[in-house]
Design a protein around this ligand. Structure first.
Ligand SMILES: Cc1cc2nc3c(=O)[nH]c(=O)nc-3n(C[C@H](O)[C@H](O)[C@H](O)COP(=O)(O)OP(=O)(O)OC[C@H]3O[C@@H](n4cnc5c(N)ncnc54)[C@H](O)[C@@H]3O)c2cc1C
Length: 600
């Protein structure tokens, strides 16, 4: 059976030694963060994940979800696991205290989320989606929704979903067909089909609050293939009155569940909205003047907030699957005997040495580990920027730009590399990794969806290149380059930091050249930008992790214990073995799109 040990010490290292959160008392929620409280949270979450959620992972995968008599049943043990998670207060960790949550900063919520995803992605997704849904409801819902509905979602008594995808559209939501028509009482009647809805139905909670996007037709009943009439709605499975009383079943019917490659304990549902009663969220858009199109609802901001939170959450899923995979590969490589060390047998009295003696095996494990720990640091960096964004600090605007820029990078680079790490962990098991009983092929199957949902990774790259780089006159890349060059200048005179500064510098200079190349060529030929977007995103991911490893190396120099020595080893590995990809990625981008576009 696979193992999992929560990376509590690593989070302590990041919080205390790299990012020094004790000095951030001016940020929202940080003043109350005593070292004891942080330790209690990390240890408590780690224990729950190791002892309750992880033991249900393999059995949940074997059994999968059931669809019986129009309802979903989750695998054995999931109800108890979910209950333990909610009773521990983990579902409301980041929710405001006014809504019954603990009001803790992003960095802790993200840390707990990573541990839960490593332990059991299928099970952890039910609360993750609920957290996104109640966040949107708290942002855009009416007071009675916040009081009676969001509070129950914060406690975990009720769950939430995010309903965007339809049979005819996933990426291209302009094409959605689901429609909502206003009623005299101000509610809407919704009709249409949403597919692939995670947690769309389950037996863990008494009610499910669906957060749905749909189009409001024109007076003549027409809907348009654009986003102008898209609005954001709340559609409960069981109706809820403004007094909080639960009523009859709403017209949301579970059409079935998908049979999938992975995350089998997670119910991926078809939901049919048959005259379902829906509440539009956010201020009412102005009625269109004759001949004018309706404008999108202001409540859509809530949906974008939910999607951004989910993109970060999925990036963390990638990191989480990489963590548990390398842990298992590492353990196996210390048990399996195969061949001899190239420099002569390490244990001459044994028929063979341990697998870990082979450079290629060490390299696989180091690639997975240095990605996971570097990306974890980038998540903390991004979580801190989200907190700074909402503070009175002068750098709040820059922090917002950096968090926004890192969202597609963490989503796509985090899940591409997390999948690579899962593959490497499995490779350490040889043929035994391919056998289900050993449980590591599940990481590869579960980790594969992370590259697709919440916006396919190619679409994340287009978001980075097509939207994020150029917005506000290129303010985001300028903020990023200011940060990176500032760090290089600050550290380049330090002899001990030389190899790390050189790596960050190489990545930064290549990323600057790639950004200039895009600025010069993208406007002339958008296909050049499209053909190089994935390479650009990977280049930014490698460079950002180089920066993170530079900062972690600085915090580790001169400390002669296993944790800090390992940090320096991983930092050197990243600079020596991953940063050299940067010029190669730039060269690929510079090849342009002509050959690629020849393919009919
Ligand atoms: C297990 C699972 C759970 C899911 N959970 C949810 C959920 O809870 N809620 C929800 O609403 N949806 C959910 N989804 C849907 C998921 O978000 C979509 O499948 C995903 O966004 C891709 O949409 P699509 O499948 O329609 O692919 P398409 O939009 O048809 O795209 C196909 C491929 O074309 C490429 N592509 C498309 N557009 C572009 C572009 N502009 N630039 C570059 N490449 C492009 C990409 O490589 C993409 O993978 C889930 C899906 C799965 C499988």
């Amino acid at each position: 059976m696979p193992i999992y040990r929560a990376p509590v010490d690593d989070y302590r290292f990041l919080f205390n030694e790299v990012f020094d959160i004790a000095a951030l008392g001016d940020l929202p929620g940080f003043a109350e963060l005593s070292p004891e409280l942080v330790d209690d949270i990390l240890n408590g979450a780690g224990k729950l994940c190791e002892e309750v959620l992880q033991p249900l992972n393999q059995s949940g995968d074997e059994e999968g979800c059931h669809f019986e008599n129009g309802a979903v049943r989750t695998p054995k043990g999931f109800q108890a696991g979910y209950k333990a998670y909610c009773e521990g207060g983990w579902n409301g960790l980041g929710a405001p205290e006014s809504a019954g949550g603990a009001g803790l900063p992003h960095i802790l919520v993200l840390a707990v989320s990573e541990m839960a995803m490593s332990a059991n992605q299928s099970l952890a997704m039910y609360p993750m989606l609920t957290q996104g849904a109640y966040g949107a409801l708290l942002e855009t819902g009416a007071p009675w929704m916040k009081e009676h509905i969001a509070a129950k979602m914060v406690s975990g008594e009720w769950a939430g979903t995010m309903c965007l995808t339809e049979p005819g559209c996933g990426t291209d939501l302009r094409l959605m067909k689901t429609r909502a028509v206003e009623q005299p009482d101000g509610t809407y009647r919704m009709n249409g089909t949403k597919i692939f809805i995670s947690g769309g139905d389950q037996d863990l909670t008494d009610n499910i609050i669906h957060m749905v996007i749909a189009k409001i037709p024109d007076a003549d009943g027409a809907i348009h293939d654009d986003l102008s009439t898209v609005n954001f709605f709340m559609v409960p499975k069981f109706l809820v009155g403004e007094d909080g009383k639960t009523g009859a079943r709403n017209g949301v019917v579970t059409g079935g569940i998908e049979h999938k490659m992975g995350i089998k304990g997670q119910a991926t549902c078809v939901l049919n909205f048959d005259d379902a009663i829906a509440w539009r969220l956010g201020p009412k858009p102005e009625a269109p003047k004759p001949g004018e199109k309706r404008s999108a609802s202001a409540g859509m901001a809530g949906m974008f907030g939910m999607m951004n939170q989910a993109r970060l959450g999925v990036g963390i899923q990638g990191i989480a699957i990489g963590e548990v995979a390398w842990q298992n590969g590492y353990k196996y490589a210390h048990e399996r005997r195969v061949g001899h060390a190239l420099t002569g047998p390490k244990e001459p009295d044994k028929p063979a040495d341990l697998e870990i003696v082979h450079p290629d095996v060490k390299k696989m494990l180091l690639q997975a580990r240095s990605f996971v720990e570097g990306a974890r640091a980038l998540v903390v960096f991004t979580g801190l920027n989200l907190s700074i964004e909402h503070s009175a600090r002068p750098e709040a605007a820059n922090a917002a730009l950096l968090a926004d820029l890192m969202t597609p990078v963490l989503k796509a680079f985090g899940t591409d590399m997390g999948f690579e790490a899962a593959n490497l962990g499995m490779q350490c098991f040889g043929g035994h990794g391919y056998i289900r009983d050993n449980g590591v092929e599940q990481f590869v199957r579960d980790g594969r969806i992370n590259m697709v949902y919440e916006g396919a990774n190619g679409v994340q790259a287009m978001d980075l290149v097509g939207r994020k780089l150029g917005r506000k006159g290129g303010a985001a890349p300028m903020a990023l380059f200011g940060l990176l060059t500032g760090w290089i200048a600050e550290n380049e005179k330090d002899e001990a930091m030389k190899p790390f500064v050189a790596g960050v510098k190489r990545g930064t200079e290549t990323l600057q050249a790639a950004t200039l190349w895009l600025a010069a060529n993208g406007p002339k030929n958008p296909n050049d930008a499209g053909a190089g977007a994935t390479e650009y995103l990977r280049l930014m991911g490698i460079t950002m992790l180089a920066y993170m490893w530079g900062r972690m190396a600085k915090a580790s120099l001169g400390k002669d214990d296993p944790l800090h020595k390992d940090k320096l080893m991983c930092a050197r590995f990243w600079m020596e073995r991953m940063v050299p990809e940067c010029p190669m990625l730039l060269e690929k981008m510079q090849a342009g799109s002509a050959t690629i576009m020849e393919l009919e």
